[in-house]
Design a protein around this ligand. Sequence first.
Ligand code: APR
Length: 245
Amino acid sequence: MENLTKAADKIKNSAYLSCFTGAGISIESGIPVFRGADGLYSKFDQSLLEISSYQYNTSKSWKAIKKVFYDSFINAKPNLAHKILSKWETNGLLKSVTTQNIDNLHRQAGSKNVIEYHGNKEYFVCFDCEERYANEELKLTQDPPKCLKCGGLLKPDFIFFGEPIPTNAANQSYKEAKKSDVHLIIGTTGTVQPAAYIPYYAKKAGALIIEINPDVSSFTTTLSDIFIKMKASEAMQKLDKIIFS
Ligand code: APR
C-alpha cells in the first residue's frame, strides 16, 4: 500500500506525466499478451509477423494475422485502466500515452494524445498506391485484402517485424519522454526495442519511473523507482481513488 500512496502523490503533484503501455493493459479486455505461458507467441508463429513473410507467404501469413488480430480481438472493449488514463488526460493530469499496442483501445476509451508506436490494426494501407482504408471500408475474408482503388495488396497499418517505426511516432514519443517529470509504465516486458528505450529517455531526463505489472519486467530492477506489483485495472483504480479522494 505504501508504494501506491507514494506513487499517487508523485502523480498528483507531477508537472508532466506521460505513460508507456504494453499488452498487459489490454489483457483484462480479453486480448492475450504476446509472451509468457498463454501468450500469443506460444500459439502463433511469430515469424508470420515478419514483413518479408507477409509479402512472400501472403496467404498463410494473412490467415494467421486475421485469426489472431481481427477475429479474436473483435469484441475487445477498453477496461478500467484505459478509461482512467483517458479521465486523467481529460482533467489535465496525464499529458500523453505512448502505446506499443495496436488494439485501438486507448482511443476507444477516449484518450486523444495517443502515440501508436507500433501502428493501429484499425487501418490498412496499400503497398502499391499507398491508399489508406479504415477497417469498416473493407470486407475482411480469408483472402489477403486488396486495394479498392488499384487492386494492390493491402497491409494492416501496424508495424511488422523488419519494418521501421513510424517517424512521427518515434519523434513524438521521444519528445514526450524527455518532457516528463513522472513516467508511468503499464503492462510490458520491456523486451522489444526500440519501443523499450522510451522509459529510459524519460529516466535520463530526470523523470521518476512508476511501473504497474503483476510480474517483474526488464524495467523493474534497472529503471523503476516505484514498482506496483498489481494488475493494471486494480492498480489504476486504487491510484485514482487516492489521487481524487
Ligand atoms: N496488468 C498489467 N500487466 C500485465 C497484466 C495485467 N493484468 N497481465 C500481464 N501483464 C504483463 C506481463 O507481466 C508482461 O510483463 O504484461 C506484459 C506483457 O508482455 P508482452 O507480452 O511481452 O507484451 P509487450 O511488452 O507489450 O510486447 C511488446 O512485442 O511482439 C511485440 O509488437 C509486439 O507491442 C508488442 C511488443
